[in-house]
Design a protein around this ligand. Structure first.
Ligand code: 3PG
Length: 308
């Protein structure tokens, strides 16, 4: 019997990406099951019951799904962050979980600049704004997205520094990026700080008042990552105590209503997670996810496994 691959995306891929995925799956002799814009997570669990592989975006892959999906061998999160997949449950059910690192990074980086320019120009209110040129941008983590942000920042003539304790000096030297050794130093010296850390128990709420309050005058905190990494009490305290502070984020914090009502012109939040919402990013990560599944079944390839 041919293997079944379920693509379950509450936020669907672009049409071109679905066509690419369908072509790859069909060419391998597998069967595609497509579940888009489903209203209820139970629909995804039901659809997963018979499949061998699952491709998701930010869709939650829960212990209930792993219990129900008796044939499931592999889940690929078409994207970078896999905080939506219950890794322990996957491991307990002998299911391999992978992501597709780097495939949507440029899209996320471009969105960060879209938000920065929008805010610097007073949310296009017709009044005089500021430019990014000559401003210092600090990257909190220098992974796939951080590297694209640094590349684009050069085009804007920004000064770029990065903090990433997991990377050797040579990476910064090669890219001619100022390496910051202490995270506090990044916040102290950069007017713009862009966050590129994953959401996990270690990083949740880790961007706190202690860090934010170190930022210089007219500070802008840019969050194209996850809302969970921000300590929202600290965020509200910053807005209240520092009238020069702004926050722009790819997806609103839980305290968005309070910020929106009290601090106009000092924030921008996307209505839903938008960083990877481009046809190019969808095609790249969709193709990578499909190929990774086929390579796993045909060759036992577990590159990009994240639940080791
Ligand atoms: C990621 O982690 O890759 C991005 O946040 C994209 O998420 P999305 O696929 O839900 O848009």
């Amino acid at each position: 019997m041919s293997k079944k691959v379920l693509v379950a995306t509450v936020k669907p891929f672009a049409k071109a990406a679905v066509e690419s995925i369908a072509g790859i799956i069909k060419d391998a002799g597998y069967e595609l099951v497509l579940l888009e814009s489903y209203p209820d997570p139970a629909d995804m669990i039901k659809a997963a019951a018979e499949v061998d592989a699952l491709i998701v975006r930010s869709d939650k892959v829960t212990p209930e799904l792993f219990d129900a999906a008796k044939n499931l061998k592999i889940v690929v999160r078409a994207g970078a962050g896999y905080d939506n997949v219950d890794l322990q449950s996957a491991t307990d059910h002998n299911v391999v979980v992978m992501n597709t690192p780097g495939q949507n990074s440029n899209a996320v980086a471009e969105l960060a600049f879209g938000m920065m320019v929008y805010l610097a120009r007073g949310c296009f209110n017709g009044k005089s704004g500021t430019e990014l040129k000559g401003k210092k941008l600090g990257l909190h983590a220098y992974g796939n997205v951080g590297k694209h942000v640094a590349r684009i920042a050069r085009g804007f003539d920004m000064e770029v520094a990065a903090f990433d304790p997991y990377l050797p000096k040579a990476v910064f030297e090669k890219d001619k990026i100022t390496r910051i050794n202490k995270v506090e130093e990044l916040y102290k010296t950069c007017r713009y700080v862009s966050l590129h850390i994953p959401a996990n128990p270690e990083t949740n709420k880790s961007i706190n008042f202690d860090l934010m309050s170190k930022m210089p005058k007219n500070a802008v905190l840019v969050n194209p990552a996850r809302k969970e990494i921000i300590c929202e009490d600290s965020l509200l305290k910053m807005f209240a105590e520092r009238s020069d502070f702004s926050y722009i984020a790819d997806v609103a914090p839980d305290c968005a209503k309070e910020i929106e009502s009290k601090y106009p012109g000092r924030y921008y939040f996307t209505p839903k997670k938008m960083g990877a919402q481009t046809a190019e990013a969808n095609v790249n990560s969709g193709i990578a996810a499909s190929n990774q599944i086929i390579n796993f079944f045909e060759n036992g390839d577990k590159t990009f496994q994240v639940n080791k």
